[in-house]
Design a protein around this ligand. Sequence first.
Ligand SMILES: [Fe+2]
Length: 275
Amino acid sequence: MASLKICWISDTHLDVPSELARKTFYEKIYQSQADAIFLTGDIADGLTLTHRLKELLSYCNKNIYFVLGNHDYFHREVNSVCEEVRALCQQHIKLVWMNEVDHVLLDDNVALLGVDGWADGRYGDYENSFLSLLDSRYIADYVVALQQGRDSLLKKMQWYADQDGKLLENKLNSVTDCEKIIVLTHVPPFPQSSWHHNQPSDDNALPYFASKATGDVLRNFALQHPNIQLQVYCGHSHCYQRYQATQNLIVETADAKTGEPAISDVIFLKRGFYV
Ligand SMILES: [Fe+2]
C-alpha cells in the first residue's frame, strides 16, 4: 500500500497575512502534493475562520482535518462559532472538524481523532500569574466570566477544558482495537510540551498554555493500553517541542510565527508506521 502524505499545519492565524501571502502559502501546500491536511488550531479568528477554511479548501481540494484554537473564537461567542463551523462542514465534506466526529480510520489499524482542547489553569500558578491572555478580552464567554472575577474565569476555562477532556476520553475508548492513534488538539497537554521562545513555559504562562484536562486523559489511556502507539499533534505555544510522556505516547508541538503561515511538518504514514 502506498504511504499517505499529510501536511501538518498549526497556528496559521490567517486573519493576519495579506491575500497575496495567504495564496503563496496555499500554493506551497498544493505543491507538497499531500493527500490530506492536519490543522491544529488558531486557523484565523472568529470573524474570518470559515472564509479562510473555504479559501484553503478551494486551493488544496484535499481532506482537511482540523481542530479549533482559542483564537478561532476571538470576537465571538463560542457557541456561535461552533454553529457556523458545523454548518460549513455540512456543506463541504472535505472539511472535517475533529470535535464533531468520533474518529477517522486512516488505515486498517490507524485512527485519527481530535478535540480542540482548552488551557485549564491547572498547570503552573494561576493564582499568582501576572499574565492575562487575550482570550479574556476577545472571547465573549471569557469576557463575561472575567467580569465576575478571576475565579469565575478559571471556572469557565476548566468547564471548556473538561468538556473536551471527556470527549477525548470517549473517542479514545472507541478505538482500542487500533495499533496507532493520532490525536489532534490545540493546547499542549503537558507542561513539557509547552515551550515559547525556546524556553519551557513558566508558572506564569503554563495556566494559559497547557491543558491538564487532556493531558491526564492521554496519559491514563496510554498507560492502560501499552500496545497502542499514541501520537499527538498540537500547537498554541508557537515553539517546536517533542515530548515522550510514556513509552507509547509522543506529543509534538508546532513551531509558528504569527503572520508567517508555514507547513509545520510533512508526515508519511505507511501501513501504520511513520517514516
Ligand atoms: Fe492558541
